[in-house]
Design a protein around this ligand. Structure first.
Ligand code: SF4
Length: 382
C-alpha cells in the first residue's frame, strides 16, 4: 500500500520568559515541569502508533515556545520515538525553532546529528532598542553569534523571523532591518506585522485608541510591507506566501503542507492536526492537556470529519495566501463541482476590481488584492 505524506508538528511550550506581545501557547517552565511535559508528550505520540503503516513523514517541525531551551537529550528522545514509529522520507525536512541566546555549538552539532536540517531563528529586529520594547531575551549580537555557530555547524537552510510595525518603528528603521538581514544571506525570511493581541502586556500599552498612536500609521505599515517585497525581491528572495520569502527551492515545506491542505499531526499543548479528513486541536490549558493526551488517539477517531463546505473555504483561504494562488481545476477535481457554481460571483467581482488575476486555471491575488486580503477572504465564506 502506498503511504500518504504526513507532516508532524511537535510543540514545546517553554520559553525563558514570555515576550510582551506574545499570545502563543508558551510559558516559562521549571526543569521538573519540562520533564513532566515530555513524559506526557511521549505518551500522546505513542497513542498514534496505529498510523505507522499509513504514512510517510515528509516534514517535522519542532516548534514552540522555544524548543532550543529544552535539554538536547530530551529532543533526541522525541526524534528517536518519531523515527521508531514512522517511516521518514530520505529527504525529510526537519526544522527546529530556536531563539538567539539559547543556542550553543554543542546543541547545534547534536541537532544536526539527530537529523535536523533547517533552523528557524526568531530575531524580530536587528535593533536592540526594538528588541527591548518587544521584551525579547536577546540582543542582535546574540543573534549574530547564534547565526555564526549555526553556519559553522553546517546548517544550510536557515529562516530568520522578522516583525514590522513595532511601536515607534519608522519606515527607515525597518529598511535598515531588512538590509542588515539580507546581507547575512539566510535562505528564508518570514516577515510578519505585529498584531496587538488581547490579554498581552502589549494590549494594555497599545490596545487603546491613545496607545495606537504610538504604532506606525496604516500608510507607514503599507510602505513597510511593500518595501519588504522590494528589498527581499532584489536580493533574490521570492515571496511565496503573504509573509514568507525564500531563495529558490528553499520554501518551508512544512508550512506548504498547511497551506495546500496536506495532512499533518500536531503533538503537544495546543497543537493542531488535519488528519484523515478531521481537523482538531489539543487543549491549550496544561491540566486539560494532561488528561487529553492520555487518549488523544481515541478522541481523534471520534472527531467528526470536516464538512465539505469548510474544506472548500479552507481551499480558498489557505490557497490564496500563497502567491501562486489556487487552481480552479484542482478545486473541481477535489470537490466534483464546477468552481463557478460555488465561487463564480465573488471571483468575477474581484477580477473586475483588480484584486484577483487569472492565469490559465489559476487565480491569485494581485498586489492590490494582497493589501486588503483579510477583507477579501471573508467573501469566500460559504
Ligand atoms: S520566544 Fe516566541 S513563543 Fe516564546 S514568549 Fe517570545 S514570542 Fe512567545
Amino acid at each position: 500500500m502506498t503511504k500518504a505524506d504526513l507532516g508532524i508538528y511537535v510543540h514545546f511550550p517553554f520559553c525563558v520568559r514570555k515576550c510582551d506581545y506574545c499570545d502563543f501557547v508558551s510559558m516559562p517552565g521549571t526543569p521538573d515541569e519540562q520533564a513532566y511535559y515530555l513524559r506526557v508528550l511521549k505518551k500522546e505520540i505513542r497513542g498514534f502508533e496505529a498510523l505507522e503503516n499509513l504514512y510517510l513523514v515528509r516534514t517535522v517541525f519542532l516548534g514552540g515556545g522555544t524548543p532550543s531551551i529544552m535539554e538536547t537529550a530530551q529532543l533526541e528522545r522525541i526524534m528517536e520515538q518519531l523515527r521508531e514509529q514512522y517511516e521518514f522520507a530520505e529527504d525529510a525536512e526537519i526544522t527546529i525553532e530556536c531563539n538567539p541566546g539559547t543556542l550553543t555549538e554543542d546543541k547545534l552539532v547534536r541537532y544536526r546529528e539527530m537529523g535536523v536540517n533547517r533552523l528557524s531563528i526568531g530575531l524580530q529586529s536587528t535593533h536592540n532598542e526594538e528588541l527591548k520594547v518587544l521584551g525579547r531575551i536577546h540582543s542582535y549580537e546574540d543573534f549574530l553569534e547564534s547565526y555564526r555557530l549555526a553556519r559553522k555547524a553546517g546548517f544550510q537552510n536557515i529562516n530568520v523571523d522578522l516583525m514590522s510595525g513595532l511601536p515607534g518603528q519608522s519606515v527607515e528603521a525597518w529598511e535598515d532591518v531588512l538590509r542588515t538581514v539580507v546581507a547575512l544571506n539566510p535562505e528564508h525570511v518570514s516577515a510578519y506585522s505585529l498584531i496587538i493581541e488581547e490579554g498581552t502586556p502589549f494590549y494594555e500599552r497599545y490596545g487603546s485608541t491613545k496607545g495606537r498612536l504610538l504604532l506606525p500609521k496604516e500608510k507607514e505599515e503599507r510602505d513597510m510591507y511593500h518595501m519588504t517585497k522590494d528589498i527581499l525581491g532584489e536580493a533574490g528572495y521570492q515571496r511565496y506566501e503573504i509573509s514568507n520569502y525564500a531563495k529558490p527551492g528553499r520554501e518551508c515545506r512544512h508550512n506548504l503542507t498547511y497551506w495546500t491542505g496536506g495532512e499533518y499531526v500536531g503533538f503537544g499543548l495546543g497543537a493542531y492536526s488535519y488528519l484523515g479528513g478531521r481537523r482538531f486541536g489539543n487543549p491549550k490549558d496544561k491540566q486539560e492537556y494532561w488528561e487529553y493526551a492520555r487518549d488523544a488517539y481515541r478522541r481523534y477517531k471520534e472527531t467528526p470529519p470536516q464538512t465539505e463546505q469548510a474544506t472548500m473555504e479552507e481551499f480558498m483561504f489557505l490557497g490564496l495566501r500563497m502567491m501562486r494562488g489556487i487552481s480552479t481545476r484542482e478545486f473541481e477535481e477535489k470537490f466534483h463541482i464546477p468552481f463557478q457554481d460555488v465561487y463564480g460571483e465573488p471571483v468575477r467581482k474581484m477580477l473586475a476590481q483588480g484584486f484577483l488575476e487569472e492565469d490559465g486555471s489559476r487565480l491569485r491575488f494581485t498586489d492590490k488584492g494582497i493589501d486588503v486580503s483579510n477583507r477579501l477572504l471573508v467573501e469566500f465564506l460559504l
